[in-house]
Write a protein that binds this ligand. Sequence first.
Ligand SMILES: *Cc1c(COP(=O)(O)O)cnc(C)c1O
Length: 353
Amino acid sequence: MRATLTIHTAAIAENWRRLAALAEPAECAAVVKADAYGLGAALVAPALRAAGARTFFTALAEEALALRDILGDGPAIYCFNGATAEDARDLAAADVRPVLNSPAQVAAFRVAARDAPLTCALQLDSGMNRLGMEADELSALLDDPAALDGLAPDLALSHLACADDPADLMNRAQLASFEAMTAHPRLARLRRSLAATGGALLGPAWRFDMVRPGVGLYGGLPFREAERVVDLEAPVIQLRDVAKGEAVGYGGAWVADAPARVATIAAGYADGLIRAMGGRARAFHKGRALPVIGRVSMDLLTIDATVAPDLGPGDMVSLLGPDQGVDALAAAAGTIGYEILTALGARYARRCV
Ligand SMILES: *Cc1c(COP(=O)(O)O)cnc(C)c1O
């Protein structure tokens, strides 16, 4: 008996359509890095393609090459982390466009250029200090007439550090910096993209030619209008009554302060139900909240099922579903929806509906 993860691809497609309608006239791309935020790129990417997505982003070059096999020719595929000299030729052959983040990456990708110029993107650092060229690196690059020989950059992008908070002053500062950097005449023909999910919701000024949502497609904040995308249910495999004063699980971390009924659930931190959920998160059964008690183990967790006397072995409790979304479970564990999604383990029976 094992836990079941249900992925609603129709909801992912619907979330993409909602973001695409909101972003118009900007194009709405789709970010499917980290195996589509843990949900399975082989399932998710074709559904997004069918919904109308024409441009996809991964993080790694390897993810982008695998995605080309999944999607076939047609859609544009970019990889955020760029290219090394070693993978440049494979990327060019598969028409995968690296996002070049430094003068060194620009130079490395040029080695793959043969007959036709290679399409790529340039990432500019507008203030996050994570990936991308700083203003002085960019101007030095563009001052060298030969620096882009063999390359056909078609997109300039940057990433916002604080877009989940519309009030954060960093958003406007990064917008101004991105506009200034992309004003260079040699970048005039490039399309521009600054916004992920949060940035797309900030307003039209942040959307430029293309928005790049990831988490909003998968039902996560800050896209409040998203449809629910995942259901996670795990089976009860044993029940016991514990007396007042008895302890449950590793370290005896939970002690009954009154007689209680404890259910043991077949899912644990190896399945992405992280240890930080112990004593803080809740499972649900028929709408009733059943606290996760004691420590989460690798393959098991325990819940206080005292208020659910009808719960029996083989019954499923819900960890993600109508009663508790990805962000609510994340909040209970002191993390964010992104981490809950990408941590979802490989052991689940996965159903796609
Ligand atoms: C992950 C990522 C995105 C998507 O971000 P979400 O917040 O999930 O919408 C967009 N752009 C870049 C550069 C990223 O790394």
